[in-house]
Design a protein around this ligand. Structure first.
Ligand code: 13P
Ligand code: SF4
Length: 330
């Protein structure tokens, strides 16, 4: 049966203010066509919907995506991730348009650490440098000395002279993990990820009991109770490499389940069990990452918006600690 005009209406209402599109369009084909026309690169984080991951030119963790952004020859960067990731790409490419399918794709860590409050916090600790997790706003990057990601945090802290005092912001869980691994004391900003804080230690323990051969793998944004039971801790790419290289065939995955798409692609014979959240909800899915959809990816390329626009002074200041991070990660 042919779709009537009345049936098409809700689609245009859903994207209010945006020119509607033919619902019969093959969005994947259109995105590939637009990508060629624009000479664009699509960078996607592992937490994106599988259909977006499958269209990306590069899928990676925060560090790999920044490295890709820093070296891309494309004219336009389409960022399938969250706001702070697209901002980072823009800071590294101030003259290129950086498109983000949904500007509301934020991050609880970035939102929980406003720059004016971090500035005040800094004043309480004279003589400390600020190392900020990349999950923060451009304004916070601009007042930080070094940026790090979950995959290079320990490596970076270990390169800081032992007598240098450090403030680590905004993730207290990653901060505590880094302190344990490096043996360094740091002043921690008390931020957390709403997704990684949701995993239930009790339910994970039950899952381990029911699946005695399964290894528990966890992202360092998880709470101590989960990390202390983990067989392996790593960034998203670290977790993906671990399951691929491991001789084990079953894993309980304590991070956003979007990563399981690549785990299964690389290891179709292995079993991946998403770690359950405390309540019976879907709160182990990042609500910000999941704001990006295939439709919004197509629309942002068709309309060349929403685009990341940042203050040029903030960009200049934020570039310094980002470049230090890229250098220290080599
Ligand atoms: P990665 O550094 O592993 O990509 O983590 C980013 C993130 O937002 C995890 O929640
Ligand atoms: Fe931010 Fe957590 Fe979502 Fe990662 S999973 S983008 S840290 S809210």
């Amino acid at each position: 049966m042919k779709t009537s005009d009345a049936e098409l209406k809700p689609l245009s209402l859903k994207f209010e203010g945006i020119k509607p599109f033919d619902p019969y369009l093959n969005l994947a084909d259109e995105i590939i066509k637009l990508k060629k026309e624009m000479n664009a690169v699509i960078l996607a984080h592992y937490y994106q919907e599988s259909e977006i991951q499958d269209l990306a030119d590069f899928i990676g963790d925060s560090l790999q995506l920044s490295q890709q952004a820093a070296q891309t020859k494309a004219d336009v960067i389409v960022f399938a991730g969250v706001h702070f990731m697209a901002e980072t790409a823009k800071i590294l490419n101030p003259d290129k348009p950086v498109l983000l399918p949904d500007l509301n794709a934020g991050c609880s860590l970035a939102e929980g650490c406003p720059a004016p409050l971090l500035k005040k916090f800094k004043e309480k600790y004279p003589g400390h440098i600020v190392i900020s997790y990349i999950n923060c706003t451009a304004e916070v990057k601009a007042i930080s000395d070094i940026i790090c990601t979950s995959s290079n945090a320990v490596k970076i802290i270990e390169q800081i002279p032992k007598d240098q005092k450090i403030i680590f912001a905004p993730d207290r869980n990653l901060g505590r993990y880094v302190m344990q691994k490096s043996g360094r004391d740091m002043v921690l900003w008390q931020g957390a990820c709403i997704v990684h804080e949701t995993f239930s230690e009790k339910k994970i323990n039950r899952l381990k009991f029911e699946n005695p051969n399964a290894l528990l793998i966890a992202h360092p944004e998880c709470e101590e109770a989960v990390l202390s039971n983990a067989d392996f801790i790593g960034s998203t790419s670290g977790l993906l490499n671990f399951v691929t290289e491991s001789e084990s065939t079953e894993f309980i995955v304590a991070t956003e389940p979007g990563i399981i798409h690549q785990m299964l692609k690389k290891n179709p014979e292995k079993i991946f069990i998403p770690a359950p959240p405390e309540s019976g909800c879907n709160c182990n899915e990042c609500p910000y990452m999941k704001l990006n959809t295939l439709e919004k990816l197509y629309l942002c390329m068709r309309d060349r918006k929403p685009e990341i626009i940042l203050d040029s002074e903030i960009m200049k200041k934020a570039l310094v600690p980002l470049e230090i991070m890229l250098e220290m990660s080599k």
